[in-house]
Design a protein around this ligand. Sequence first.
Ligand code: ADP
Ligand code: ZN
Length: 227
Amino acid sequence: MSSMNIILFGPPGSGKGTYSSKLSPILGIPHISTGDIFRAEIAKKSELGKKVEPLLKVGTLVDDKTVIEIIKSRLKEKDCKKGFIFDGFPRTLEQANEFQKIAKIDLVVNLVLEDDIILEKALARRICEKCGNIYNVADIKRKGIKMPPLLPKVVGKCDKCGGNLIQRKDDNEKIIMDRLNTYKKQTEPLLKYYKKEKLIKDVPVTMGPEGMVPLIHGVIKEHFKSK
Ligand code: ADP
Ligand code: ZN
């Protein structure tokens, strides 16, 4: 097997961040989230952080040039040699085109879920203000769908680092709907781009991470088995 260059694709709040962070140590490849990188820069109050903070606040996409630069420098790090899991990148056709000049994608795992669940999940998301670890207080039950809450051991505190759990500023109803619309307009069309090369595996989200992580892991193993 040469590389495992994977995109975890899906609407905002589909679980990309949670699943990627759990799959990363299992697969031995880094989890690269452009959203996490931006939030870390905002916390550091760096130049980049100051530039992107107002955009993230309202869910507007950061410009392609900035995103590509960040991805390029991140991929230069040693841990990316065997591959990576992208979460939140690429998000526009321009980003996908630019990326194709740097490296190839081996697999796109496309998470599929209904809009009403996306909204419910995103509103219930909590993240650690220190390390970004993700929790969720929603208990979602629909026909065929069972997604229990993902709670910390101690209320309001991160299991990993003890940091305070907060709601992301962009996780309110209006901004989630805006992000979802942006996703449908600018990001979802990317599926056509990868469909041409038959790299896409659709995975409906019907369970919590304890069910979804092994399921996605299985899809990935199956895909790379033959390589
Ligand atoms: P979600 O997938 O839940 O919307 P992310 O953490 O992936 O959240 O992204 C949060 C915000 O960071 C986005 O709304 C956007 O402003 C910015 N962002 C992240 N990744 C990209 C990207 N690849 N291109 C442009 N903007 C991005
Ligand atoms: Zn933490």
